[in-house]
Design a binder for this molecule. Structure first.
Ligand code: ADP
Length: 173
C-alpha cells in the first residue's frame, strides 16, 4: 500500500502552489535545459546567484535554495544520474535524489513538495524504471517523517503521468 501523501499531477511544475519544488539540476547548479531552464526562467536571476554560491552538487545529492520569484518557498536542486545502461549505479543515485530531497524539505518545514521525473529527459533514464524508484524511495523517506504531508509527482507529459498513476493504483483524472 502506498503512502496516502503521494499523488500525481500532469503539468508544469513552475505553476504548482506548493511549499517546495524539486529541480532536476546538473552538477554545476548553474541552470540548463528542460525543467531546470523552466525553473530558472520563472525564478529569475537571483536564483542563479544563490546557486552559484553553493559551488555545485555531486550526482545523487541535493541542495536547497529559496524560491525567489516563484510562488514556492523553496527550490530543492537534485542532481540525477545520466543513464548509461544501468551498470553505473544509476538506480541508487536516482533513489538518493528523492530521499535527500524529502529530507531537505522536511528539515525546512515544507508541508508540500513536488517532484519532476528526475533524469528522464535529457539524462535518458527509462521513465518506467525511474518512476518505480521515485515512488519507492520517496515512500521510504517519508516513513520516518511527519512532513511533508503532501508529495506530488508532477509529470510534464501524459505518458509519464500514466506510468505513475498505474504504479500508485490511482484512477486517470
Ligand atoms: P534530466 O536532465 O534530469 O533528464 P529534464 O529537465 O531533461 O531533466 O527532464 C526531466 C523531466 O522533467 C522530463 O520528464 C521532462 O519532460 C520534465 N519536464 C520538463 N519541463 C518540465 C516542467 N516545466 N515541469 C515539469 N516537468 C518538466
Amino acid at each position: 500500500m502506498f503512502d496516502p501523501r503521494l499523488s500525481v499531477v500532469e503539468g508544469d511544475i513552475t505553476r504548482l502552489a506548493v511549499d517546495a519544488i524539486v529541480n532536476a539540476a546538473n552538477e554545476s547548479l548553474l541552470g540548463g535545459g528542460g525543467v531546470d531552464g523552466a525553473i530558472h526562467a520563472a525564478a529569475g536571476p537571483d536564483l542563479l546567484e544563490e546557486c552559484r554560491a553553493l559551488g555545485g552538487c555531486p550526482t545523487g545529492e541535493a541542495r536547497i535554495t529559496s524560491g525567489h520569484r516563484l510562488s514556492v518557498k523553496f527550490v530543492i536542486h537534485a542532481v540525477g544520474p545520466v543513464w548509461q545502461g544501468g551498470t553505473k549505479n544509476e538506480d541508487a543515485l536516482l533513489a538518493s535524489c528523492y530521499v535527500q530531497s524529502v529530507k531537505l524539505a522536511a528539515q525546512a518545514g515544507a508541508a508540500s513538495l513536488a517532484f519532476p521525473a528526475i533524469s528522464t529527459g535529457i539524462y535518458r533514464f527509462p521513465p518506467d524504471r525511474a518512476a518505480k524508484i521515485a515512488i519507492e524511495a520517496t515512500q521510504a523517506a517519508l516513513a520516518d517523517l511527519p512532513l511533508p504531508d503532501r508529495v506530488i509527482f508532477c509529470c510534464f507529459d501524459h505518458a509519464t503521468a500514466a506510468i505513475y498513476r498505474q504504479l500508485l493504483g490511482v484512477d486517470e483524472s
